[in-house]
Design a protein around this ligand. Sequence first.
Ligand SMILES: [Zn+2]
Length: 376
Amino acid sequence: MRGIQRKPPFPYGDTLCVPLEDVVEFRQTSGTTGQPVYQADTWQDWEWWAESWAYILWAQGYRPCDRVFLPFGYNVFVAFWAGHYAVEKIGAEIVPGGVLDTQARILKIQELQCTAMMATPTYVLGMADTAKKMGIDPRLLSIRRITCAGEPGASIPATKKRMEDAWNAKVFDHAGATEIGAWSFECADQTGGLHVNEAFFLVEIQDVDTGEYIEEPGRRGKMIITALDRQAQPCVRFDSKDLIEWAPDPCSCGRTFRMIKGGVVGRSDDITKVKGVLLSPSAIEEVVRGMDGLADEFEVIVDKVGDIDRITLKIEIVKGREDERPRLEATLKDQLRLNTNLGYNLEFHDYGTLPRYDVKAKRFKDLREKHCMEKS
Ligand SMILES: [Zn+2]
């Protein structure tokens, strides 16, 4: 797509399927894997975005009585923009927390008694941390519903539990992408998966090796997705590289939109081979965030010592529990081996010394390749 966009008309190239003067909105991908892709939308597309997000919010229990706080930097990334318009569309109230810093956002939530918010899992946990430092218990704020996107965290049970405990709120996952749209959502029943937003998207699952289409539940493959009725830059059978599988049963909520079991479990280009074993960063996250006594932040570095792969896992111990380190170290080693089949070099750091991220975290670093690849 980047190649096609170098051709005229500037800046969308051949990806544009409408006259340039019909474009009313510019956005771009976050560019985590290189040069961003530009995204054009017509006014009809923009209404389509808002409508598809309205399905998400309503399914998660948002209602006109909600006051929704949006703590993200409104800019060229699509992020929660369509969520903003969907809040209006369902008749709820939106509070745009744009350029405020984290402390000001927390004070605004407190002042206005906001009932819901949308953010990346990294930011949801970071905000709770900041609130505590300000002497405000996030559990006592009025947020009862949080919609997450941008990272898989809300579908990783241990991370979801940390967020729900920190805010005393229900946390819901949503997976979407700039080039595609808001293609999935977790519903209020929280049955351990995502509904495909089938009013707007056709999702197919393809075997990564053979390209065969997978219909049966329980077999993992990559998602091939088509956005229905998107006009300016439509994607037909787009290879999202997201790894998913069909759930065996329909959801208890009664919606007939198909279910993806366990959400997006990873990206086909995120899964790395270490010592010949397939390693998914979300498997490490599930272990670390599932351990009481470890802080939210962690970092994984894969490098080589001579010819041998080495994985270093940096973690922090929660303040005041440093003397539990021997027990934590032993349990962590066992759990990691059990869940990922690999041995780790564990590095314990003082609480608050690992990097903190505002939006998408870069916790996985593979230094074995010539050009250092950073994956979120
Ligand atoms: Zn459901």
